[in-house]
Design a protein around this ligand. Structure first.
Ligand SMILES: CC(C)=CCC/C(C)=C/COP(=O)(O)OP(=O)(O)O
Length: 549
């Protein structure tokens, strides 16, 4: 009997169609005004000089930190990687892990930890009395409270003083916001936004979009820096437009709505994921486009395993993945052939890229993590088929891999046009705690918002069902419990990014950005599947509408 016959029961649902149509195909000819790069270079030099001028003068260190903070929040740190590192190293050499005293402690603490320098949370003891209570006088300094609040999010597991400082500053800020004591609407908006989402969880590019107009309103802003931020934003935006146009042309060839109508068609959203969470710096154009396309294809494969494919079909597909050869196409059910072909074509492209870079031997890392990823999909399909609810441990082991983040990281190292050591691939293979924590954030935040809808059809058990079964408990208090686990995972990310020196900071930052994407795609609702105005407007602001200079 053919598997394609109509009596096969498939647990599909009607996902909303792609909201973009052909919009991005129109951006092929986007050219930026001539001369803009020259202007950017001049401004860069000005800002570099300013950084370097403050380096050796301790009286200027607070201003130096403010400048670095502004550069990072304006989203142009990639222009000053070397200078920022030099500046923060200098500050670390001057004050060690706890000797910064007085004004700016919270800013110093946050910037140092963000850069991977360990500084001690004991520094905040000066803010408390003998009983460990935070001084009431702190409530009178609004900027100080905001800075303290943002600094506390850099906490590691067990840092009670920072947990307390967070409770204290959050409560003070919420009281201030509630009491309408503020006459300044800009500061009031700042408090509301900070309470909604701390800096730690904001994706740098989205923060730039938000911070540029905010910074402009500040009386003492640096004019060169502001101009550079705007030009830099627009330059990268025009590159994004071109890239989305290019990958849209590739995607259109496959006519997904006709050929794979049961799956989510989400190329632009996947590009957003890749551009904000994986490759944020302009130079990684090739990698960004490869990863975005891989995500879009994986989304189709995910919906095949989670919904449309029958168990028998999925076994065949998984075996073909294990064999990893285009010759397997023939043995696949008709509708799966395109998926397999797309995957093999993308893989071929990756191989060619690696060969051109002289690192073709690293292809095996991408292939192996992809196989492992698909095996995790198959295990979920098996549990679903057998109506088996796994233990929490079994569930985590499989569904952390099925977030795709381990594969994404390995692929991102390969698709990056600089030299990435084999040890870095081996590091991700060993599934280190920082990567696990990022996968944990992904799995928990995803399951919290998607499980209700998924369980309406036959779907693998989410972490919620597994916990309820194992601990014989009700669903109600689990959302709070898992939200706390997400916070714990953030503490782990902080700790590992500072304490673990196996990889360099840009790689840790990538792992953290993957965690941050979840705050965009899966906070309170599944914005990836059900793309609404919020995400649409964000995409337009990031990739379509230039900032007015
Ligand atoms: C990082 C990657 C690979 C992104 C690709 C897009 C994707 C598969 C999203 C998860 O959808 P989902 O919410 O249905 O996920 P799951 O099926 O794992 O719950």
């Amino acid at each position: 009997m053919s598997l394609q016959q109509e009596d096969v029961i498939r647990s599909t649902i009607n996902f909303p169609p792609n909201v973009w149509g052909d919009e991005f195909l129109a951006y092929e000819q986007q050219e930026y005004e001539e001369g803009i790069e020259k202007e950017v270079d001049v401004l860069k030099e000005e800002v570099k000089k300013e950084i370097l001028a403050s380096l050796n003068d301790q009286t200027k260190h607070l201003n130096l930190l403010k400048l670095v903070d502004a550069i990072q929040r304006l989203g142009i740190a990639y222009y000053f990687e070397k200078e920022i590192n030099q500046a923060l190293e200098q500050v670390f050499d001057a004050y060690g892990d706890h000797n910064w005293n007085g004004v700016g402690t919270s800013l110093w603490f946050r910037l140092m930890r963000q850069q991977g320098f360990f500084v001690s949370s004991d520094t905040f003891k000066t803010y408390t009395d003998e009983e460990g209570c935070f001084n009431e006088s702190l409530k009178n300094d609004l900027q100080g409270l905001l800075d303290l609040y943002e600094a506390t999010y850099l906490r590691m597991p067990g840092e009670v003083i920072l947990d307390d400082a967070l409770d204290f500053s959050r409560k003070c800020l919420a009281d201030i916001a509630r009491n309408h004591l503020l006459s300044d609407p800009v500061v009031s908006a700042e408090i509301h936004e900070a309470l909604k989402q701390p800096l730690l969880k904001r994706l740098p590019r989205i923060e730039a979009l938000r911070y540029i107009p905010f910074y402009e309103r500040e009386t003492f802003h640096n004019h060169s820096l502001l101009k550079l931020a705007k030009l830099g934003f627009n330059l990268l935006q025009s590159l994004h437009k071109k890239e989305i146009c290019q990958i849209s042309k590739w995607w259109k060839r496959f006519d997904v709505p006709t050929n794979i109508p049961y799956a989510r068609d989400r190329l632009v959203e996947c590009y957003l994921w890749a551009a904000l969470g994986v490759y944020t710096d302009p130079q990684y154009s090739v990698g960004r486009m490869w990863v975005a396309r891989a995500f879009a294809l994986i989304t189709l494969i995910d919906d095949t395993y989670d919904a449309y494919g029958t168990y028998e079909e999925l076994v065949i597909f998984t075996e073909a993945i294990e064999r990893w050869s285009i010759t397997c196409v023939e043995g696949l059910p008709e509708y799966m052939k395109l998926l397999y072909q797309m995957l093999m074509d993308l893989d071929e492209e990756m191989k060619e890229f690696l060969a051109a870079m002289g690192k073709v031997h690293q292809h095996k890392y991408v292939k192996e993590t992809m196989k492992e990823y698909i095996r995790s999909y198959m295990m979920e399909a098996k549990w679903n088929h057998e109506s088996y609810i796994p233990t929490m441990e079994e569930h985590a082991e499989v569904t952390y891999i099925s977030t795709g983040y381990k594969f994404v990281l390995a692929a991102s190292f390969a698709a990056q046009d600089d030299v990435i050591a084999d040890e870095t691939f081996q590091w991700v293979f060993s599934f280190p705690p920082i990567v696990k924590a990022s996968c944990g954030i992904c799995r928990l935040m995803d399951d919290i918002v998607t499980h209700k809808k998924e369980q309406e059809r036959k779907h693998v058990a989410s972490v919620i069902e597994c916990y309820m079964k194992q601990f014989n408990t009700s669903e109600q208090h689990l959302y709070g419990l898992f939200s706390e686990k997400v916070e714990d995972a953030w503490k782990e990310l902080n700790k590992e990014s500072i304490m673990c020196k196996d990889v360099k900071m840009p790689i840790n930052r990538r792992v953290m950005n993957l965690g941050r994407v979840m705050d965009l795609m899966y906070k309170n609702k599944d914005h990836f599947t059900y793309v609404g105005d919020e995400l649409i407007n964000l995409v337009k602001s990031l990739f379509v509408d230039a900032i007015i200079i």
